[in-house]
Design a protein around this ligand. Structure first.
Ligand code: SF4
Length: 287
């Protein structure tokens, strides 16, 4: 059995950067506290917990003997300031792609312009962005919600980094109809999710079975599974190698593997090793 890995898989740039920053702090001997779960992968969280990393839910839970980490989603400036007064040190692991959205919103608001961000207003990334321009920012889930907004003054239109392109384009079009001037439209969608989906789609048509490694509650992993299932019926979402059922691989000649943006490499390596082991056993059984 041949085991094929998709061209793009696993940790995105922002998550890898955040984990690296935490590892560096641990190596320096710091007591690390993450404001909110650092990563949406329970196995990686358990590994980090074993290294001493704990999650806090509010800046007030930080103390002067800890290094506090702002995760890739970012936070509001108020939360960052409070964290800085409470903790010995703050590591800002906000993904640079998210920082860009925050800065664009802040700058437009300082010019007295309205800011429309296409995204989920309850998502931590959006809560952080709103904090950079609280009185001028509207976060809308889709074009339909734009109809409820007041007339928009010289608006800038931005997107949550993980949004679907079509939703963003529809929102931008709807804003045009509500604005007193031609809106400035800046696509701030990050390509990590799309790249992983495109790579999985390309591979799914060439294999007999497909494993997506990721958390069951990770939306990008669930979407990857849906993409794979379109072309490969035998597609499975697994969190660890232990979930692979060898019976699912009977008569399978080629198996594809990909992983969500929060899945660490060590978990991927374990799955690849298990699949190769099953593949070798089957070859031995046939010969
Ligand atoms: S998905 Fe994109 S924006 Fe979000 S953390 Fe990863 S690289 Fe950054």
């Amino acid at each position: 059995m041949e085991v094929l890995l998709a061209e793009e898989y696993g940790f995105c740039f922002g998550v890898e950067r955040a984990v690296d920053m935490v590892e560096e702090a641990l190596a320096e001997g710091s007591t690390v506290r993450s404001l909110g779960a650092l990563i949406h992968n329970s196995q990686e969280m358990q590994r980090l917990e074993a290294e001493g990393v704990r999650t806090i839910n509010a800046p007030g839970e930080a103390s002067t003997d800890v290094t506090a980490v702002i995760r890739a989603h970012g936070v509001t400036p108020e939360v960052q300031r409070e964290l800085e007064t409470r903790a010995a040190r703050v590591i800002d692991a906000t993904c640079p792609f998210v920082t860009k959205v925050q800065k664009l919103a802040e700058r437009a608001a300082a010019q007295g312009r309205d800011v429309v961000v296409a995204g989920n207003p309850d998502h931590p990334e959006m809560i952080g962005v709103i904090g950079y321009a609280p009185s001028n920012t509207y976060v809308v889930r889709d074009a339909g919600e734009v109809a409820n907004l007041p007339t928009l003054h010289a608006p800038i239109v931005l997107s949550q980094t993980t949004l679907k392109l079509q939703t963003f384009l529809d929102v931008a079009e709807a804003v045009r109809a509500k604005a007193d001037a031609e809106p400035q439209v800046i696509n701030t969608i990050c390509s990590a999710t799309r790249d992983r989906q495109d790579a999985a789609r390309a591979l799914a048509g060439e294999v007999d079975a497909f494993y997506v490694i990721g958390g069951r509650h990770s939306s990008n992993s669930v979407k990857l599974l849906a993409v794979c299932k379109e072309q490969c019926e035998k597609s499975f979402l697994i969190e660890t190698a232990a979930e692979i059922n060898p019976e699912d691989l009977e008569a399978v000649e080629r198996v594809g593997v990909t992983a969500g943006a929060s899945t660490p490499n060590w978990l991927i390596e374990q799955v690849l090793a298990r699949l190769r082991e099953i593949g070798q056993r089957e070859t031995a059984a046939v010969s």
